[in-house]
Design a protein around this ligand. Structure first.
Ligand SMILES: NC(=O)c1ccc[n+]([C@@H]2O[C@H](COP(=O)([O-])OP(=O)(O)OC[C@H]3O[C@@H](n4cnc5c(N)ncnc54)[C@H](OP(=O)(O)O)[C@@H]3O)[C@@H](O)[C@H]2O)c1
Length: 359
């Protein structure tokens, strides 16, 4: 089979022939049709992000394809089924605290390195071997529409956060960092899930306006200035009533003050989920006031990725028409042109832009 291989950090990927991986017990082999390219892939392949990858490796975080072979213990899958391949692979020998890798992207931790030795290669290949529990059937689709389905990857991350705080119909939600790829997807999902009002924050006014025009009058854009007190007041002023939940997905470059500006708007008994990368590049902590959390019964939780159950639910939201996959521009590249795809993804990182490899 053909696959794109990263042989050394900082080198271009090389597309070459390699043997098809055999599927063992508890695994499936998928004939890949399409796989998304992350905007920051170039930073991963240059080594700048410090992601844990044992080289050489076939990168590529999940995608869509058809089952080519199943292990002896699968009971419902059949060869030819169309499936989503979720890159979030969990170790099976510790139900409470599994090691988690993102197949084809990062081992995440030293423990994950052991898991990565088996589920080593990712989806930029004609065939992907992955654990059986990592594939999710979708209805039969035309091969040409697999590229649109790749958008599921961007939707699943915020879906995990919105489920974590149990966003309910009619509630007011603040999406802090709404102009980014995941934040804009959170706005779209919250609208589909029935939120009554979505306060979308960001500095980029044109993207905020685009969100309001795409997802309707329930979206209220609030332009952030970086001044914590003023930004908090602006969010509260835009809200039609108490803020029920806050969803934060700001990147490592953002400051704790930018997070606090939103978090401290939540009402008594409100819920907050932190999904961003603030602090990952060092710097001060979040420093939320203990008495405020305690006296107001505020629930604050983190969320990395999403539970497996979120995937069939999101697939149903798509199949019901509540989430549209052809929302934005999708640019496709052949596997042979993987390096051009990585450069394109980096240069077109906006919320309504998708870069896909078609196999
Ligand atoms: N928890 C998880 O499972 C998970 C999974 C994947 C990624 N993440 C995190 O999610 C973060 C966001 O990812 P993304 O792909 O949505 O990023 P993105 O597209 O780059 O969006 C980030 C947004 O943050 C805003 N921002 C505010 N302050 C900023 C600052 N000082 N510097 C740069 N941007 C700033 C920017 O909007 P404005 O310019 O309009 O303010 C930008 O649009 C990642 O950095 C990562 O840490 C979490």
């Amino acid at each position: 089979m053909k696959a794109a291989v990263l042989k050394a950090f900082g080198q271009p990927l090389e597309v070459e022939d390699m043997p098809e991986p055999p599927a063992g017990t508890g695994e499936v082999l998928v004939e890949m049709a399409a796989a998304g390219v992350l905007a920051y892939s170039a930073e991963v392949y240059s080594g700048a992000r410090g992601y844990l990858l044992e080289l050489p490796i076939v990168p590529g975080p999940g995608g869509f394809g058809r089952i080519a072979a199943i292990g002896p213990d699968a009971t419902k899958l059949a060869v030819g089924d169309w499936v989503y391949c979720d890159p979030t692979v969990r170790s099976r020998d510790d139900v409470l605290s599994p090691d988690i890798i993102l197949q084809g992207l990062t081992a995440g931790s030293e423990g994950g390195m052991r898991l990565q030795r088996r589920h080593h290669d990712g989806s930029y290949a004609e065939r992907l071997r992955t654990p059986t529990e990592n594939v999710f059937r979708i209805e039969a689709i035309e091969r040409s529409s697999a590229k649109y389905w790749c958008r599921i990857g961007a939707l699943l991350v915020p879906f995990g956060g919105l489920l974590a705080i149990d966003v309910k119909a009619g509630e007011t939600l603040v999406v802090n960092g709404a102009t980014g790829r995941f934040g804009s997807a959170a706005v779209e999902l919250a609208a589909a899930m029935g939120a009554g009002c979505i306060i979308a924050t960001g500095r980029n006014e044109s993207v905020l306006e685009a969100l309001a025009s795409r997802y309707g009058s329930r979206v209220r854009p609030v332009v952030m200035t970086g001044e914590e007190t003023a930004d908090r007041a602006a969010i509260l002023e835009a809200a039609p009533g108490p803020v029920d939940c806050v969803f934060d997905i700001l990147p490592p470059a953002a400051s704790p003050a930018q997070v606090r500006a939103a978090v401290l708007t939540v009402r008594q008994n409100g819920r907050v989920v932190l999904m961003g990368g603030v602090g990952m590049a060092g710097g001060p902590g979040l420093e939320l006031p203990y008495p405020w959390i305690m006296r107001n019964n505020v629930a604050i939780r983190g969320q990395w990725m999403y539970p497996r159950e979120a995937i069939p639910r999101l697939i149903r939201l798509v199949q019901s028409g509540l989430i549209r996959l052809d929302n934005g521009e999708t640019t496709c590249f052949a596997l042979q042109d993987i390096n051009a795809a990585v450069a394109h993804a980096a240069a077109n990182s906006g919320p309504f832009s998708n870069t896909v490899i078609e196999m």
